[in-house]
Design a binder for this molecule. Sequence first.
Ligand code: NAP
Length: 282
Amino acid sequence: MDEKLILDGQKVANDVKEGLKPRIAVLKEDGIIPSLATILVGDDPSSATYVRMKGNACERLGIHSQRIHLPKETTTDELLQTIHELNNDPTVHGILLQHPVPSHIDERAAFEAIALEKDVDGVTSWGYGQTALGFGLYPSCTPAAIVRIMKYYNIEAEGKHAVVVGRSPILGKPVSALLLNMNATVTTCHSRTVNLPEIVKQADIVVAAVGKPEFIKGNWLKEGAVVLDAGYNPGNVGDVEYESCYQKSSAITPVPGGVGPVTISMLLKHTVDAAEKLLEAK
Ligand code: NAP
């Protein structure tokens, strides 16, 4: 890359969605409307916004959105029951349980209850394991979005040192696995990492997945690093300090308008993929 690039997530998301339109049309000719069920438990306003955005994005594209909103008092057993019903409903192709659920619920048990073929956000241990081994159908949507942005902009991973800051099961760990499978040399950092700025300084590619606003500073970066910021914090700021990181980087995702819109488009894509799989199996 010769000049600095702002990695436009909206453009990438539009590209993904345009690619889905003819596929959805073919499914409809065969009598199948791709369908995503979203489950929101409780009243967390950010979670409610994310679920609404996902549902609206489905409907704009002709994907059916079944929105299930359960009260915050819902027990683990009740949530598992809802998931089992969706697993057994042949008109539902993808299931998304919005994270986090209220703390009294066993979130891991709920994730594990999602049928693998409907696990369009890669939250089950089977889905995660298959992603890590390189043959997963549906990696978590944000890691998948990061890879999609890299591919759209021809950002090579092979032989590069990628430093991922964060190791959550839905983001840091799966994106580390995907980058490793793309032949990057990957370092995954976390809250116990010692000398984080020095490690980030070695990175050709930095993935920010920390959940702390403007945490990664420009003076931590090697000149010309590619910065992929998955963070989304109150006030519309990412996990990197944008201005200083922009100065040092060769390419950077903005917040908003970077990883976020592509994440939603990957959820739509995985739902269409799942509907097609069902048709193939018929
Ligand atoms: P998370 O579950 O809270 O994980 C945060 C990770 O950051 C943990 O692995 C934690 O380490 C690490 N960390 C925390 N403080 C650190 C420090 N001082 N130094 C180094 N590492 C540190 O968060 P998440 O769900 O992965 O989300 C991360 C960010 O991505 C958030 O801003 C979230 O809003 C955003 N996000 C965006 C999208 C999207 O569509 N754009 C989707 C999902 C999430 P430990 O493991 O040691 O605790």
